[in-house]
Design a protein around this ligand. Sequence first.
Ligand code: NAP
Length: 325
Amino acid sequence: MSLTRVLIVNRSYPSAGLELLKGNSRIQATVLPYEDYEPQSLKEIKQSVKGVDGLIWNTRYRLTGEILDIAGPQLKAISSTSSGLDHIDLEEVKKRNIRLGNTPGVLNDAVADIAVGVMIAAARRFKEGIRNLESGEWKYGVTWTLGQDIVGSTVGIVGLGGIGQAIVRRLKGFDVARFIYSGRSEKPEAKTLNVERVPQEQLLRESDYVILACPLTNETRNMINCTALRTMKKTAVLVNIGRGELIDQEALFEALREQCIFAAGLDVVTPEPLPKEHKLLSLPNCFIIPHMGSATVNTRNAMAQIAANNILLALDGQPMQFPIN
Ligand code: NAP
């Protein structure tokens, strides 16, 4: 009996997931040891994908029709080790009738922690503080240190999904005055969480904190543009844990430089990695971390296990743990 081949295109795929795959004697699992950000990596991925039955994919490279064609018609199941799916050509996957899954839910808490982290860091001027401290310019009695409060604020969540709801649950302890959200549909959980649904324009106008927690789609790309930034309060803080392309970064740079808004706290940017010369990094009121949302040991282990289960179940003809419709 020939073995079922599963390729893992995720260099940092935790052993917790690999063990699950290797525990099945009918599966031959291979982790591709490609180098991140090297031009030959995509070539290496294309060479290795030929003839595989299952594929575990991460967000570094786009999964295109070309790669699916190279893989071949025997490819039956794909799982991304992510909640977002903007790096996958969904139409091409659907056209070929390949089962697709992702790993949502288990990362909600870790990403929500990071959202609150960058929110406080931006609102309370951590970047300027650290720069002052490390350059030996720490002085008492200076007013530049004054930031924005969370207590009594209005927090607006764009996308009240799993992560958005986990952010609200955390911020309940901060004595926020009002939570609002915008999104395509009414969320039943909003009632229990006491979050009011408003149009996006109203959310931008009334929020002290605007937190982006929605997927990147054709509809949401550049949703935070010059007009949106000018609608926001001058004292507002923008937080993005969704995807970098939700924001028009040129417009954000100008808005932060001209102090049209108070600050931004970003876990995600475009491109990733952001070159160290990038002008956003020069701004004192732009606090950026390198896409660390789901980066905890337990969360990444859980994501790897779900991705492995998605593949094992699909190859066994059963529904995936987290299928994409
Ligand atoms: P989710 O549970 O599917 O929630 C996404 C929410 O966004 C849904 O409530 C959805 O509402 C809403 N939404 C969709 N289109 C919208 C629009 N045009 N305007 C406003 N809201 C919209 O997904 P999740 O797990 O919370 O993840 C959300 C996103 O976070 C992912 O897609 C991914 O890009 C990003 N993410 C980042 C990290 C990180 O490390 N920073 C980690 C995981 C995920 P409807 O149901 O009404 O469409």
